[in-house]
Design a binder for this molecule. Sequence first.
Ligand code: HEC
Ligand code: HEC
Length: 309
Amino acid sequence: MSAFWSGWIIFFVTLNWLLVTFLLIYGTRVPIPTYRDGTTGHVWAHGAIREGVRRLPMWWVVLSLVVIVFGTVYLFRYPGFGAFGGTQEWTSEERVQRHMAENEERLSLLFDRVRTESVDTLARDPQVIHAGQVLYEDNCAACHGANAGGNQVIGAPNLVDDAWLYGDSVEAIHTSLTKGRQGQMPALGSALGERGTRAVAAYVYEMNGRDWPREDLVAEGEELYASQCVACHGPEGKGKTAMGAPDLTDDSWLYGGRLEDIITSIRDGRSGVMPGWSERLREEEIRILTAWVRAGGPAQDTGGSSDTE
Ligand code: HEC
Ligand code: HEC
């Protein structure tokens, strides 16, 4: 703060202090001329209302003095009086730095463990799971949902069920998090034609144990499936984790399981994008999240401790 502004503030604080103190002391003593009946002589409504005299109540005076004394002591000890820093030498910047250092120290204990122990050991550690929960809420919940149940609008998968695009191994999840993923379901509408698309969709619909009324259409779809889809989704529709092609028989859906949703997936293709986190999160944080996903997500968080908050 420049000397000018410091002086400016000191001037006004002092002026304010003097004024308030003067008013308080003077206000309790100033003589107010009154008539014999105790009124001031001011009248309203043709004499029906007359102004009396009320002194400041004692509690009010005492309270104000306490506030003035408190303010004076505060300005003496803490920053506020221009550039004068106060006798305590307290600064908000120093406080933030101290808190950050404390936090960093507590985190470093956690991170040491995260670096040395296996992800599966970490998945049983309540403190790690709690840290994972906080990281998840900050970075992932917007897409995968607060309960990690997924989001069918953008094809973000459910992370707490048994259906995995890329498998549930530590490596698969760690890779998904570090490098990100991009689903590649080609648009097959023009290759299949409208009827073909409907037919193969009806077949996929039936794969999930639901009956589609038109048997002829389903039979037609089965043939088309064998020629167009097997390469990625496998002969029985169980999917292939190597290419992130989902199981089409488990009634768990990235984009919804109604016939219309299935038709849209086949006709227009799908390409869900999972961003990579290697530049935004530390390796330790990615390991914590991997453990959190492996452990089963939000339901496993029992509170732990609040180290990462
Ligand atoms: C912008 C939205 C978005 C964000 C943010 C996001 N994800 Fe994803 N995630 C997706 C999508 C979409 C997919 C599916 C990718 C695909 O279709 O191949 C996915 C896939 C995954 C997979 C692979 C699932 C499987 O079945 O194999 C995991 C694990 C995952 N995300 C975890 C996370 C975690 C943990 C975070 C937070 C660090 C996160 N995601 C943040 C959208 C997102
Ligand atoms: C080149 C590989 C490939 C081929 C060929 C392919 N798919 Fe896919 N399919 C995928 C991938 C990968 C996804 C996941 C897309 C994503 O993650 O966004 C997918 C997604 C889907 C979905 C959405 C599933 C859900 O959970 O919402 C359906 C339905 C589907 N495919 C059906 C088919 C059918 C039927 C055919 C054949 C006509 C076919 N696919 C051909 C790779 C393929």
